[in-house]
Design a protein around this ligand. Structure first.
Ligand code: TMP
Length: 237
């Protein structure tokens, strides 16, 4: 496998072509953003931590039968993945109220949501990733009914697998965001799963162990990500 030209630069990752049209290399950078990219800082080690964290989680999801784009780690900060045609919609599952749900509905942070909720957001920084519903997704042609249903089923499967995994490390999976794409017509989980795109709290103290530490200026951001990894048995060095 040969790494070729830069295809796309996101807020925290860069995507490179390879000599195989079906594969791309993802480079995890230390950039950390909030406020739809309006605040960006460099956090030492974050690229490496998220790359290894994501590989561990994707392998667990694949072992549970969920189709994922991840193929293998290439280096501390690079992974080889299948090249997907991305669906421009973010799927968010919530087990407890936090973040935008608390702001939108005025409910108390930490309220248990039973059953968990499923929300859709359009990937558009200029518009601030607005919330959309299933009719918007179909009418604007971002995904078909069948694709949308598959994304929903897979999102709840991911929730079942990962809620148990984090529970074993004495953590609550509060909420998370997934992005899907198609690979030769099949819906597959793309992007990443790391503490940048989910909320994780210690079960006893409810200490925040995710990107809210950056958003809320709580400090020790990467240290918290590494603590989550250590609780799951991931080694970073
Ligand atoms: P929210 O409470 O801000 O709507 O976010 C819900 C979860 O989804 C939280 O874990 C953060 C994650 N998320 C992202 O990672 N990127 C996004 O663009 C959005 C809207 C949410």
């Amino acid at each position: 496998m040969e790494k070729r030209e830069l295809l796309y630069t996101g807020k925290a990752k860069s995507v490179y072509a390879t000599d195989n049209a079906d594969q791309v290399v993802i480079l995890y950078r230390n950039d950390t953003s909030a406020l739809d990219g309006k605040r960006i800082e460099q956090l030492d080690r974050k690229g490496m931590v998220n790359n290894k964290f994501n590989a561990f989680i994707m392998d667990k999801l694949a072992a549970a039968g969920i189709p994922v784009h991840h193929e293998k780690l290439l280096s501390d900060t690079e992974s080889l993945v299948k090249r997907l045609d991305m669906i421009p919609v973010e799927c968010v599952v919530r087990n407890f109220a936090a973040g935008s749900l608390v702001r939108r509905l005025g409910v108390e942070e930490g309220l248990a949501l039973n059953p968990p909720t499923f929300e859709l957001f359009l990937k558009n920084d200029a518009l601030g990733d607005p919330m959309v519903n299933e009719y918007h997704v179909r009418s604007f042609g971002w995904a078909t009914d069948e694709q949308l249903n598959r994304m929903k089923v897979l999102s709840f499967q991911v929730n079942d697998v990962l809620s148990k995994l984090f529970d074993a490390g004495n953590m609550l999976l509060v909420d998370f965001k997934l992005e899907f794409g198609t690979f030769h017509g099949e819906i597959m989980l793309g992007d990443e799963f790391s503490p940048d795109g989910c909320r994780l709290w210690d079960k006893d103290t409810r200490k925040k162990l995710d990107k809210d530490r950056f958003r809320q200026n709580l400090g020790n951001v990467v240290e918290a990500y590494e603590e989550v990894g250590q609780r799951l048995g991931i080694t970073f060095d």
